[in-house]
Write a protein that binds this ligand. Structure first.
Ligand SMILES: Nc1ncnc2c1ncn2[C@@H]1O[C@H](COP(=O)(O)OP(=O)(O)OP(=O)(O)O)[C@@H](O)[C@H]1O
Ligand SMILES: [Mg+2]
Length: 384
């Protein structure tokens, strides 16, 4: 059978390393040609293998990469209803099993071992997600993503690996695009410099709108004073987080203790116990009075975070008065601080409002600091 491919397919034929990273601008043919490789190369030449195709959330899997996969099979008259298990989102191809999963289904992530893993839009994943998947992949990992984050664990922890090949493609590598899409992409040159950099050229975007600077440290100094714990509550998509904050003169030190979805009150209490928390103050998202009350009844010294007029900006202002240090293995926290940005209006002018996205540890840090340090008498006496 003759299949039409682009350069991404060639990369995969050449790449002999365990990991192949396909960074790129929008519409460069990454996803489509990785799927062609999986279908017409990997699955045709192997049998008895397990292929996992994943993305952060299932609605995203369903509307993008799974749809492309089925469309390709149909287009090449290779689709068979009998091989398609629609309820489990699995497809049997030449004695291989292709499964579609998302990171919000932990039982599937931790499920069967796989031989080939394709992570679509890998920048949506947390570092822990990546590790869970990697530990259960035996042969090959393929990743695609748009480099829309200025800082990301992909740049630090995956691309520099000896066993990773790295490629960048742009819309110019995709001869299957029609003219109007090409024009739409090229319009970005004039309208949005950062977007053009990322989605046009496939290069890391650099933004002026980053809110915090910080330094990574190996260890929090022993003589830094404990400020408090801060906790933010999430459930299905957003993680529940816990951080502790310490202070020494004009330096703040932050340690991440928890960053996990699907945590019930009971799970949170267990985790806190494991961490050895007894009567230390924990400032908790004040929008969660029931959780706060439940945890209080379980014996923890939980208090609602201080609210107030414009408490987000006031909290950010307070944090900005300090030099911020984050422990180097607080990966999620570092990632959030790096990527936390001010919103921009249509003309690209910054507005005094942070983008409300991926700030779960930042919120926890804000609760811990603002609730304590905005009080005028902090440090003058100890509250027991
Ligand atoms: N080999 C091919 N044969 C036919 N059409 C193709 C091929 N490669 C790419 N295309 C077309 O180009 C479109 C864009 O490709 P694709 O979705 O792979 O880009 P992408 O790099 O994953 O983009 P994004 O970064 O926006 O996800 C596809 O939807 C498909 O219509
Ligand atoms: Mg894609």
């Amino acid at each position: 059978m003759k299949i039409k491919t682009n350069v991404v397919f060639e990369h995969l034929l050449q790449s002999e390393k365990k990991i192949t990273v396909e960074q790129g601008g929008t519409r460069s043919g990454k996803t489509y040609n990785i799927l062609l490789y999986i279908i017409f190369k990997y699955c045709l030449e192997n049998t008895g293998k397990t292929v996992t195709i994943c993305r952060k959330t299932f609605p995203a899997v369903r509307s993008s990469v799974m749809r492309d996969f089925l469309d390709i099979l149909k287009q090449y008259k290779s689709y068979s209803e009998a091989e398609h298990n629609k309820s489990n989102h699995e497809y049997k191809l030449n004695g291989n099993l292709v499964e579609f999963i998302s990171l919000d289904q932990p039982q599937k992530v931790r499920g069967r071992k796989r031989n080939l893993l394709f992570i679509n839009e890998a920048n949506e994943l947390d570092y822990e997600d990546w590790q869970q998947l990697v530990f259960r992949t035996e042969d090959k990992i393929i990743i695609d993503f748009n480099p829309s984050d200025e800082y990301h664990w992909l740049y630090d922890k995956v691309i520099p690996r000896d066993d990773a090949d790295f490629y960048i493609t742009t819309y110019l590598d995709n001869m299957f695009l029609n003219k109007s899409i090409v024009e739409e992409i090229e319009r970005l040159k004039d309208t949005d410099e950062t977007y053009w950099q990322i989605y046009g050229l496939g290069l890391k975007g650099v933004s002026k709108a980053t809110i915090f600077n910080y330094i990574e440290v190996n260890k929090i100094p022993e003589d830094a004073e404990f400020v408090s714990y801060g906790a933010d509550a999430g459930y299905s998509n957003d993680p529940t987080t816990l951080v502790s904050v310490y202070k020494k003169e004009h330096n703040l030190y932050i340690r991440e203790h928890l960053y996990q979805t699907q945590m019930t009150t009971y799970d949170i209490a267990n985790k806190w116990k494991q961490l050895g928390i007894q009567r230390e103050t924990i400032y908790f998202d004040s929008a969660e009075p029931r959780l706060i009350e439940e945890l209080k009844r379980m014996g923890f010294n939980v208090r609602p975070s201080l609210k107030g007029a414009d408490s987000i900006n006031a909290g950010i202002d307070l944090l900005k008065r300090f030099k911020i240090h984050i422990e180097a293995d607080s990966h999620n926290c570092i990632q959030e601080f790096r990527n936390y940005k001010w919103q921009e209006d249509r003309s690209g002018k910054m507005i005094n409002k942070p983008i409300d996205k991926n700030q779960h540890t930042i919120d926890a840090v804000r609760y811990a600091t603002y609730s304590v340090l905005s009080k005028p008498n902090f440090g003058r006496y100890t509250i027991i």
